[in-house]
Design a protein around this ligand. Sequence first.
Ligand code: PMV
Length: 322
Amino acid sequence: MIHKAVANPNIALIKYWGKVNEQLNLPATASISMTLDIFPTTTTVEISENLNQDQVSLNDKVASESFSVAVSRFLDLVRTRAGTESRAIVQTHNSVPTAAGLASSASGFAALALAASKAYGLELNPSQLSALARRGSGSASRSIFPGYAIWNLGEDDTSFARPLPKPQLELALVVVVLNAREKKISSRAAMNLTRDTSPFYDAWLASSKRDLQDFQTAFTGNNFTAIGQIVERNALRMHATSLGANPPVRYLSAESFAVLDYLEELRGQGLAGYATMDAGPNVKVLCQSTQRQELQRILAERFAHANVYTCRPGLGARYESC
Ligand code: PMV
């Protein structure tokens, strides 16, 4: 039987940056995200008794060695829990355009966690599913849920995301893809390097705690300006602690800062967007839904070679039997 699951990417509004346990992907900072309504990953898992290793494909082609190893390691976790050694055929389709520069590990591991747990007969509640997805990629724990999710600290079984109540505010993101090339250093390696070498790391941990609290107050109070300011400063602080690493981790480019400058100018004109950036130079602009199309238009005009997308809060991971 083929088990199919679909999950969407998410963008952190309060970042996860730093681990207390690398093997278990236990975070040093709690994080809050928006699951997007674009670029879903669809994954099917079919157990096959005739295989002696997993067969993994990505977008209809045999997957690379590193992708296949990551999938098989994840399946090993599921197999151990299910008490079986049966191998599986795994087919993944990412709908995110190659040039989008949006990480697909969150949607990928969320979809794989759901399809694989069903295929191997594990009965997981959403918290358990989120904790399982976390083992593939920390941020995948949040893509299990629709809309907004918070991923708290915790131990192996207690570090999972949960949904946040929908605010009255209708928020949106405008994604400005300046450069879709592969990142220079993986987030996993960069987080560890930052933790081990940046003199600003402890300050990052302390300020991230405050940002999280301030965000929750602003979010429940539907205070868009405060939300935007907190989101932008939290992202810049994540990049600041990374810049302090040895050797420095530089994800942002001059053009990322040009977008930030332009957003500041636009805010002065009543078009309110606030930036957040992850492990790459691309800028995601948080705005109110009513202004998303205008912001998309004006940013696409100014940064003419960029791909600019808009999105809103989207669905969590879903299972489709076939
Ligand atoms: O889950 P990972 O290992 O891909 O790390 C995600 C790191 C950031 O995207 C920069 C922040 C986040 O919270 O998603």
